[in-house]
Design a protein around this ligand. Sequence first.
Ligand code: ADP
Ligand code: MG
Length: 313
Amino acid sequence: MIAFERVTKRFGSWTAVNDVSLTVGEGEFLVLIGSSGSGKSTLLRMMNRLIVPESGSIRVEGTDIAALRPEELRRRMGYVIQSVGLFPHWTVERNIATVPVLLGWPKARVRDRVTELLELLNLDPRRFRSAYPHQLSGGQQQRVGVARALAAEPRVLLMDEPFSALDPITRGALQGELAAIHRDTGTTVVFVTHDMDEALTLADRIAVMDHGRLVQTATPLEILTHPAGDVVRDLVGREDWGLKRLSVETVGQRARPEPTIPGAPFPSAAPLHRALSEMVARGTDRLPVMDEGGRPAGVLHLADLVRGPATSP
Ligand code: ADP
Ligand code: MG
């Protein structure tokens, strides 16, 4: 879907992105992580030509984006930033409809799409369609920002620390909604964060940046168990390493294929750290597991959590 080949961007004598090659697969959820100033936003903004590189090539669906008109490219890519950037004098509906209106969609289609998106982002259309941005909480505004980016069904969603300014509860809710949207629509997502927990929760693959360079691109499990150096190790941190390790694997991956046992069944798609918490809460060392259809899917044993395949580096 997106391919960077030896891309470099300088601001004066400062090299913000240094010789980066990276591919993002169709439907992939890629998280760019790194400390402040490492070049994440610059890399992201080169994908929709808000920034043009000095050297190297960037292709989107096989086409070198230097050959595309920036407006055309941006309509194919949703873009969400931390400070939402909603138009204050426009209603929620008008804000969400920005790109469909530009594209000349018929009124009825725009209206239906806005309703669909408000519902998708858990905003009651009757209450929010005609509201103005200042009447919304930060979390609601950010939901509208995500809805606006998705409005014209972009092939790619670019997100630059979209949830960083939100409180932890709202942030968790929006992470869950974004993960569901990604699963249901198959949209390719490139998501910037400086928070490793957020990266581990959301990513199919994590790309770690340091001083403009890409230092590791790997799955969450690989990042945790085989960090490519001190920069990655520091981003992961030592604190709660074991819980992080449990957060990147699901209950279904460790459940034993045994006849089910009494008790409320636990979803096989849930991350293992949640199952551990549930065991503590229930005062038990075994949980019956069910699949997405609610059918029995074996039993999870506490012993299998601590006897996982990979240990701390
Ligand atoms: P990040 O998003 O990882 O925090 P950025 O990509 O925003 O980092 O910035 C990378 C580096 O490039 C920083 O040192 C920043 O100061 C510099 N930089 C970014 N944009 C500009 C600009 N327009 N002019 C000059 N320097 C810039
Ligand atoms: Mg940034």
